[in-house]
Design a protein around this ligand. Structure first.
Ligand SMILES: Nc1ncnc2c1ncn2[C@@H]1O[C@H](COP(=O)(O)OP(=O)(O)OP(=O)(O)O)[C@@H](O)[C@H]1O
Length: 294
């Protein structure tokens, strides 16, 4: 459904994206992961047809993203990284205005989304917080029930409850056959929603992977607190890679050795266990070794 072929955009300062290639299948939720400045927004802006590529091209449903932008955008939902609104409108006035631009008069879905995201639609946008504005942007992107949805860091500014509602919405839309491309710099966010991810770094795609295959390759750490002195002896004899991070507390780092960790911990009295979320830098280190180099 979405095809990106050797897409290259070099800005006058030498930054941008180089030879970006990936495809998103119809009905797939695809995660586009990368640290700040990696090239996610630049790629999404090409898909929206806002920018002329230096070379290469992108298509959506066979249509050229630059040449056929107007036609594509009728069936597309887009949440930009930085949302610009008509600040003096209320949320409701803005959403109605967008619906009218799209030639739509059905407000049922819009109202459902307003309820779902607990938006106060009568508030002036200028007086809204970042999270509230983000909700307006999300509702505007989904309310015309588009077949393809492009989301640039969609949960930025949302509190954990709204992030959860957002994830539920994405999973429902996926089940309804929608094609979704979602950029993020947080692994956990794409982990909840995406089947495959493309990882971009310094303007280049470094991997396109099934999310479960990717997770299997990543080192993972577990912070475990023990309840008995003898537990530390069990750890010493386990062969696991770990370091002591406090009294009766260890951080265990494992690659694929889950079996050994589970066997070892089953002999101990574990009183607390946690696994901190992985940052993208840890993921790159997992992929490319200590320096994160290819
Ligand atoms: N209009 C522009 N002119 C010059 N350089 C630009 C322009 N737009 C983006 N860049 C540069 O291109 C690179 C990619 O930027 P981009 O905004 O696509 O990254 P990103 O992955 O979306 O980052 P973030 O997570 O910070 O939004 C960066 O080095 C950025 O500074």
């Amino acid at each position: 459904m979405i095809k990106v072929h050797s897409l290259t955009k070099i800005y006058s300062n030498g930054k941008g994206i180089r030879e970006v290639n990936f495809n998103v299948k119809e009905g797939e939720v695809f995660g586009f992961l990368g640290p700040n400045g990696a090239g996610k927004t630049t790629t999404l802006r090409h898909l929206m047809g806002f920018v002329n590529p230096s070379s290469g091209k992108a298509t959506i449903n066979g249509l050229d993203c630059r040449r056929d932008a107007a036609q594509i955008q009728q069936k597309l939902g887009y949440v930009p990284g930085e949302i610009a609104f008509y600040d003096n409108m209320t949320g409701n006035q803005f959403l109605k205005f967008i619906d009218e631009l799209r030639g739509r008069h059905d407000n049922e879905r819009r109202n459902q989304l307003i309820t779902r995201f607990e938006l106060e639609p009568g508030r002036i946008i200028r007086k809204m917080s970042k999270g509230m504005k983000q909700k307006v942007g999300l509702i505007a992107a989904f309310m015309h029930d588009p077949a393809v949805i492009l989301l640039d860091e969609p949960t930025s500014g949302l509190d954990p409850l709204m992030q959860k509602r957002f994830i539920e919405l994405i999973l429902e839309e996926r089940d309804r056959g929608k094609t979704i491309l979602m950029s993020s710099h947080l692994f956990d966010e794409v982990d909840h929603t995406c089947e495959r991810v493309g990882i971009i770094r310094e303007g280049e795609i470094v991997a396109v992977e099934n999310i479960n295959a990717l997770k299997g390759k990543l080192p993972k750490s577990f912070i475990v607190t023990f309840g008995q002195i003898g537990d530390m002896k069990v750890m010493q004899n386990s062969g696991l890679v770990y370091k002591e991070t406090g009294p009766m507390r260890v951080e265990i780092n494992i690659n694929e050795d889950y079996d050994n960790m589970l066997r070892t911990l089953s002999q101990c009295h574990v009183i607390h266990m946690d696994s901190p979320p992985q940052t993208l830098e840890q993921i790159f280190m997992g992929f490319y070794g200590k320096e994160g180099n290819k």
